[in-house]
Write a protein that binds this ligand. Structure first.
Ligand SMILES: CC(C)(COP(=O)([O-])OP(=O)([O-])OC[C@H]1O[C@@H](n2cnc3c(N)ncnc32)[C@H](O)[C@@H]1OP(=O)([O-])[O-])[C@@H](O)C(=O)NCCC(=O)NCCSC(=O)C[C@@](C)(O)CC(=O)[O-]
Ligand SMILES: NC(=O)C1=CN([C@@H]2O[C@H](COP(=O)(O)OP(=O)(O)OC[C@H]3O[C@@H](n4cnc5c(N)ncnc54)[C@H](OP(=O)(O)O)[C@@H]3O)[C@@H](O)[C@H]2O)C=CC1
Length: 444
């Protein structure tokens, strides 16, 4: 057992192998877990991938980084993030460091209740059908629960029946029956769909209508995760700005997202910057969470910020995030992708709600990082400094050339592909000249 302190200064200045050793000392990961996280030959094999999706011809690698500094409900956590975009992992780590000064994140979640929908059309008497369906609630739940005995044995399963009536639609009226299902540690899509399909014939019989769609809803607004963070104003003081000034700027940034959907969309993209990478690292369905997040952001009729920020009586910055987070630690790809298993082990989670709580903290952190940068120096300095390395690689730089070209572009404040190409040509010409001079010297 290692130290389990996620507050690691200068982690980013280490090499990938040195970072892996830090992760090893963090907690009881064995060599096999580390091999899976490191990728290479230990990563997903083509044979395994061929059983996961269709028409496989290979696998596609993405970088796996570790967000440091997270303290969640008093527990130190290192968060694996799989993502292609620079500065997300750095930003999350930076924000987690700030939140740590205020005691770390507080997170909670609701029970893992999901919704399965059955659409009933051509119902002659919808009000009577609604009444009859609700009267047969127990029979419907019993039929649903016969589809997943293990879910029921684990304390989950179908819990309730609700009926909604849409008087008009482009095709006419319809009844929609909701099955409320406790999915325990699974995301639950397959379990829900199985139950919805199983009860549909009974619902047809009771209502006299025809069942068309039988599918879960990704607006999983009964399965919420919540995070709260406090940042002492003084921790935000920087580059000649007082902490109070930075808090003020961040609150104006939040206010912009609160009222304007054009800004809220980008703001929420910044929230999901922290969440999607954890979902990918743990083999979860990020499209499902994305869909639920955006629908939840529009639940009151206007699309708005998923986060809420305010100043407390002491002048500290206080942020909260509440959103649907349907994730699993069993089912889907979570148990199939070897790196996902190692990522879950690193996170130290055994239940879905624990993973959801970590995701929501990473989302709140990413939002804070982006807003702090936007409200002070602007996004480009921090983001583009890190993006410079990708631009250097896109220009063809290799090995040590990448850092040399990136550093020159950052120093000259010209982070452009054409400039990277020019710098690379210049560097290679210099190196060729040096090599030629060296060869001449050694032959003389
Ligand atoms: C990038 C930083 C963190 C640099 O910030 P900085 O000021 O250079 O950082 P620092 O030197 O003061 O370091 C503070 C801490 O940041 C971390 N850190 C610092 N540098 C690194 C690094 N190289 N690699 C990994 N971690 C790093 C590290 O934890 C470090 O602590 P230490 O280790 O020194 O004790 C900052 O500028 C930042 O947070 N920027 C915002 C990042 C961001 O939001 N990126 C997302 C991409 S843009 C986008 O998609 C979203 C957006 C912006 O549109 C959303 C919106 O509009 O709301
Ligand atoms: N719209 C959407 O979001 C859709 C998503 N999907 C996909 O569905 C997948 C997720 O579905 P999901 O149902 O989670 O996956 P699985 O069907 O793979 O796994 C869930 C099943 O695991 C079993 N199980 C064992 N232990 C537990 C436990 N502790 N808690 C809960 N269940 C347990 C239960 O089955 P049993 O009772 O049989 O043992 C449960 O039904 C993802 O791949 C997702 O991409 C699919 C369709 C639509």
């Amino acid at each position: 057992m290692g130290t389990r302190n996620s507050r690691i200064s200068g982690f980013y200045q280490l090499s990938p192998n040195e970072r892996l050793e830090v992760v090893r000392s963090f907690d009881g990961l064995n060599d096999e877990d580390l091999r899976q996280l490191h990728g290479g030959n230990g990563a997903l094999t083509v044979e395994r991938a061929d059983k996961m999706i269709e028409n496989v011809i290979g696998t596609f690698n993405l970088p796996l980084g570790i967000a440091t500094n997270f303290l969640i409900n008093g527990r130190d956590v290192l968060i694996p993030m799989v993502v292609e975009e620079p500065s997300i992992v750095a930003g999350a780590s930076y924000a987690a460091k700030l939140v740590r000064d205020g005691g770390g994140f507080q997170a909670s979640s609701t029970p893992p209740l999901m919704i399965g929908q059955v659409q009933l059309v051509h119902v002659a008497d919808p009000h009577r059908a609604r009444h009859d369906i609700l009267a047969q609630r127990e029979a419907i739940l019993a039929l649903a629960n016969r589809q997943s005995s293990s879910l029921v044995a684990l304390g989950g399963g179908a819990r309730d029946v609700e009926v909604r009536f849409f008087e008009t639609s482009p095709m006419g009226p319809m009844l929609v029956v909701h099955l409320i299902i406790d999915c325990r540690d699974a995301m639950g899509a397959n379990a829900i769909n199985t139950m919805a399909e199983a009860v549909a014939p009974l619902l047809e019989e009771i209502s006299g209508g025809k069942a068309y769609l039988r599918i879960l809803s990704n607006l999983s607004d009964r399965r919420l995760a919540r995070a709260r963070a406090i940042v002492p104003a003084k921790s935000l003081a920087r580059d000649g700005l007082s902490g109070e000034e930075v808090v003020e700027g961040i609150l104006w940034a939040y206010a912009f997202a609160a009222v304007d959907p054009y800004r809220a969309t980008t703001h929420n993209k910044g929230v999901l910057n922290g969440i999607d990478p954890v979902l990918i690292a743990t083999g979860n369905d990020w499209r499902a969470v994305e869909a639920g997040a955006h629908a939840y952001a529009a639940r009151n009729g206007q699309y708005t910020s998923l986060t809420h920020w305010e100043r407390d009586a002491q002048g500290n910055l206080v942020g909260t995030l509440e959103m649907p987070l349907a994730v699993g630690v069993v089912g889907g790809a979570t148990k199939v992708h070897p790196a996902a298993q190692a990522a879950l082990k690193l996170l130290g989670v055994t239940h879905a709600h624990e993973l959801a709580e970590i995701c929501v903290c990473a989302g709140l952190a990413s939002n804070l990082a982006a807003m702090r940068a936007l409200a002070t120096e602007g996004i480009q300095r921090g983001h583009m400094s890190l993006h410079a390395r990708q631009i250097a690689m896109a220009a063809g730089a290799q090995g040590a050339e990448v850092d040399t070209i990136a550093a020159r572009m950052v120093q000259e404040r010209r982070i452009k592909l054409a400039h990277a190409e020019a710098l690379l040509a210049e560097l290679r010409a210099q190196n060729a000249g040096t090599a030629a001079a060296h060869a001449l010297a050694t032959t003389m």
